[in-house]
Design a protein around this ligand. Structure first.
Ligand SMILES: Cc1ncc(COP(=O)(O)O)c(C=O)c1O
Length: 405
């Protein structure tokens, strides 16, 4: 034993361990053991990687958080802006968290049984998350989305996961989509399980159980402001509730598109292109007039401020994040980054730590207007058919010589 202690001492283990325990006692992270393991692993120069797993969905969550550097505005007064990189989930977005949780809780409740088909009647990342989770778990999956060009990537990704895709009339809006969803579920409730993220409490519950605690732990509780766009309101409803319970002074800033500020009582004014947020109707979780006691995640009061961002600014800030930080984000993250950058200039945010969620990878939006300029350039750069003239110069194109019309 004495020999063993001497050996550990000689290796610096005792010292590293007591240092890690002291740091842990200072920071009081949510998961002390994981925190100590992380500190020791960092000291040893070995990343604390989880062992191999047979459960693909166990890779959902525990996403990294990084600090914004170059895109912060001059005159930034905030202490730090951190971005949680949700595109690093296995299905590529924050919605993998709720897809996993909605399926697992439905299984536990006996609402989802082997042989049933999972249906989601709302567009986008949740459909992809469910298609991924269903493939991993062995369920059939149907996802529904409006028949509009920006759905291109979502369509092909969901299909590649083996899901069926049903497209609904865009002129009938969100209501039309929900109507088609309900009609399918009602046609045979023993066959179909409707995930229904806009009303399923296991959506915000996933963020309460994991997204919130991760943010709390990653910032060692130093978070002052949490900013996120509102689609279903699940992320804010769950993570926001958790953060406020841990620290009531945490300010929750919810974002809507500038022309769809329904939560502050304005009428939607035409389409917007901030995909994933601004459904044009008040959300169940954040927009209810009354708070039903039996539904712990229906709570508009969790939002301290309703901010907004235009589609054009969301695109500008998504490009800034990509080019100035190397962070390829989509338009809703662009909107959140724009709001965060603006807030850092205000006196009331001086010295504050702000956390922004980056919901999904920018590559998911190749058919979105945010990619239009580089797509146009690439089409000119790569003519079809290609120039096969053997006498032509070796170099045929330099993007630096290209002038957009
Ligand atoms: C890209 C993107 N951003 C933001 C959100 C909003 O998240 P929530 O539905 O939790 O409000 C979503 C939701 O679908 C999304 O897909």
């Amino acid at each position: 034993m004495t020999d063993g202690r001497a050996y550990l001492e000689a290796q610096g283990v005792q010292e590293a361990l007591s240092e890690a325990v002291s740091t842990c006692l200072r920071d009081r992270p949510v998961n002390a053991l994981a925190y100590i393991a992380g500190l020791i692993a960092a000291k040893a120069g070995t990343p604390a990687l989880p062992p191999p797993t047979a459960d693909y969905l166990s890779t959902v969550g525990n996403t990294p958080m990084v600090q914004l550097k170059k895109m912060l505005p001059e005159g930034c007064k905030a202490k730090a802006v951190y971005v949680k990189l949700e595109m690093q989930n296995p299905g590529g977005s924050i919605k993998d968290r709720i897809a996993k949780n909605m399926l697992e809780e439905a299984e536990k409740a006996g609402k989802l049984k082997p042989g049933m088909t999972v249906v989601e009647g709302t567009s986008g990342n949740t459909g992809i998350g469910l298609a991924m989770a269903c493939a991993a778990k062995g369920y059939k999956c149907i996802i529904m989305m409006p028949q509009v060009p920006p759905m291109f990537e979502r369509y092909i990704i969901a299909r590649q996961f083996g899901a069926e895709v049903i497209l609904t009339a865009p002129a009938k809006g969100f209501g039309g989509l929900l109507g088609a969803f309900k009609a399918l579920i009602d046609s045979d409730p023993s066959k179909y399980f409707g995930a229904n993220q806009f009303y399923n409490g296991n959506n915000p519950a996933a963020h309460y159980a994991a997204t919130g605690p991760e943010i709390w732990s990653q910032t060692s509780g130093e978070i002052d402001v949490f900013i996120h766009g509102v689609g279903t309101g699940g992320t804010i409803g769950g993570a926001g509730k958790y953060l406020k319970e841990k620290k009531p002074s945490v300010k929750i800033v919810a974002i809507e598109p500038s022309n769809s500020r329904v939560h502050v009582g304005e009428q939607p004014d035409g389409p917007h292109s901030i995909v994933g947020i601004g459904a044009g109707v008040k959300t169940h979780f954040l927009g209810a007039d009354e708070i039903p006691l039996e539904e712990p995640f229906v709570n508009p009061a969790v939002v301290d401020e309703w901010a907004h961002c235009s589609s054009a600014d969301a695109i500008v800030y998504a490009a800034k994040a990509c080019q100035e930080e190397g962070m390829m984000v989509g338009p809703s993250a662009g909107a959140a980054l724009k709001v965060a950058c603006d807030l850092t200039l205000k006196d009331e945010y001086a010295g504050k730590t702000i956390v922004v969620v980056q919901p999904s990878h920018g590559i998911r939006y190749v058919n979105h207007p945010m990619w239009a300029a580089v797509k146009k350039e690439a089409t000119a750069a790569l003519p079809a058919p290609p120039n096969m003239d053997k006498e032509c110069p070796d170099v045929l194109w330099k993007s630096s010589d290209y002038t957009p019309e």
